[in-house]
Design a protein around this ligand. Sequence first.
Ligand code: BGC
Length: 347
Amino acid sequence: MKKILAFLLCAMLLLSCTAALAEKVGVSMPTKDLQRWNQDGAYMEEKLKEAGYEVELQFASNDVPTQLNQVETMIDDGCQVVVIAAIEGSSLGSALDKAAEKGVKVIAYDRLLMDNANVDYYATFDNYKVGTVQGTYVKDALDLDNAEGPFVMEITAGDPGDNNARYFYQGAIDVLKPFIDDGKIIVTSGQIEFDQVATPTWKTDVAQKRAEDILTANYANGEELDVWLCSNDSTALGVTNALEANYGGENWPIITGQDCDIANTKNMIAGKQSMSVFKDTRTLAAQVVKMVGQILSGEEVDVNDTETYDNNVKVVPSFLCDPVFADANNYKEILIDSGYYTEDQLQ
Ligand code: BGC
């Protein structure tokens, strides 16, 4: 009997020690306002827990001081790795310094953390390629190599505080700029440079307001618009809203996007948005969980790019996942058959 009791005691002790030893991972997401970050957060939490980690997941309401606080708390709470999708890439310096002091590893998630040496890894989708896919879609849809044109286009890009935004813009502009330069594409508003077309905070209403102003100033008399190049879905939604209320042309313009958010996928099905770039949250989260495991077990961390992502202090070793083209023709295969959405969600 004594032996059995002793055995049980040992087993209980062992169990509680293992629980106490469960490694802890912090996940800091920018906001709950956009569908994608909710999905990224939820999926990361699920996969990390499945892998046996304790998880501290926080959303920062798009408020930089809140995110700074949350990351510092994660470090104080004993997280051994923090995974951060920054609101503003350069604003988390003091938290990153604190992480380094305490030996906590940092993975920049989707958006690069800038201007600090204490960023260990970066996991994202190939951001330049996202822009290339959007630009190439426009080029093919208008048959720019052969058609005479001219075609009329406006441009909406992302948040200047997000390092990704310039990559998306540049990828698309590198495809389309030759046609702008030779007059086959006309940007009537004259707003072409990134700083002129950017959307601070990526917000739908900010993009909508700028689109309304452009439409009022340049397209109030039924002038046709062939394309509105948008860097992502939240901005595409704002542009679509503005067009629905203010556009009097005969042809509905091509509108690009990124993320395959539900509202935008519904718009694609309804013919209001032409395409989106699908970045499967599950692929990115799985990659990050793998990286966390490799970091914590001291293995070599899986990266596939050691040249592109310079954060102004160092080139951060990165893993780039592949973005996928989506439109009304292939969304069933890509979004529904893969289990990302159900049919019902898209009704
Ligand atoms: C992400 C995009 C997203 C945008 C707005 C970017 O950093 O890569 O997928 O649409 O932020 O949240």
